[in-house]
Design a protein around this ligand. Sequence first.
Ligand code: SF4
Length: 372
Amino acid sequence: MTSTSLSAISSPATSSSASPHPAPANGGVRYDWSLDDIETLLALPFNDLLFRAQQVHREHFDPNAVQISTLLSIKTGACPEDCKYCPQSGHYNTGLGKEKLLEIEKVVNQARAARDAGASRFCMGAAWRSPRQKDLDVVLEMVRQVKALGLETCMTLGMLDGDQATQLADAGLDYYNHNLDTSPEYYGEIITTRTYGERLETLDNVRQAGMSICSGGIVGMGESSRDRASLLQQLANLDPHPESVPINMLVKVAGTPLEDVDDLDPLDFIRTIAVARILMPKSHVRLSAGREQMSESTQALAFLAGANSIFHGETLLTTANPQLERDRALFDKLGLHPEQREVCHSDSEQQQHLEAAIQRQATESLYYDASA
Ligand code: SF4
């Protein structure tokens, strides 16, 4: 840790007597965070932590803009991996239907609907350990066609080798999602069918191919505060940082080994978001799975802590996600607006798109039901 960074982190013992106007947060980007640095941040008095996070946030982003992504499961269930939180794992009986890879046309229709509803990024997820080439060929075409709609594209397909990553990059894929899930120390409690090192290798292959990285984790899986610090350390010491950092709150699904794990205090979730914002000041920090279970107040605190990306209006893989209208109402209450994508012309136009989609949603099913 540098002396600058030490002075930038006030300890819990001293912060209560610190100036109410502490020195501006360090707006620089670092890749050398120690576990102690991060634990100190996590343990700050709540108000001090949120103040710091909001300072950092305002140095790099419009504080009232939230990037909106929509996620479509393009292949659901029967995954050979044993992630203990996941209803898509073939190791657990969660009653989830198994789906084949969706047809390209259906995916493109969903992407168009998402774009018209104000989404700037369309994320497609497949429950694979790693894509086979014949599946990858179909996926590459999905990327090309969704990209042609003017959307940013993101995929999560499991592990990628260098050649697979290059093929996706050449097709125009903008982001690849591959979460680290938890700390290296706690990882063995959650997944045994792939290693932490393999996850890091996939992220490296994605980066080498020139794509942006979306990588985060899940909290509330019974891990300790030190595990959350260690997960954040792994993410924050990637150079460059992941452009998107989803922080998920575990959604407990009956039939998975984590169905009865103790709840995480929502304030500890907010602390995790705030520290992610401070450590990775230029990354989009995403409120992801678990939002359905959160109160509006918790979500508002998450935005205050520096979250500036959400999924909305779709089924977040297999867990329920708040619907478009509720999101719109929350945005209105908080004075938030969607972060504009480059091809979007104005707030009012995006608002019109949103209004039209809400109207349509009232009369028809906007999204493909992958379980039908
Ligand atoms: S999280 Fe992904 S890799 Fe793990 S079981 Fe679920 S679908 Fe498979």
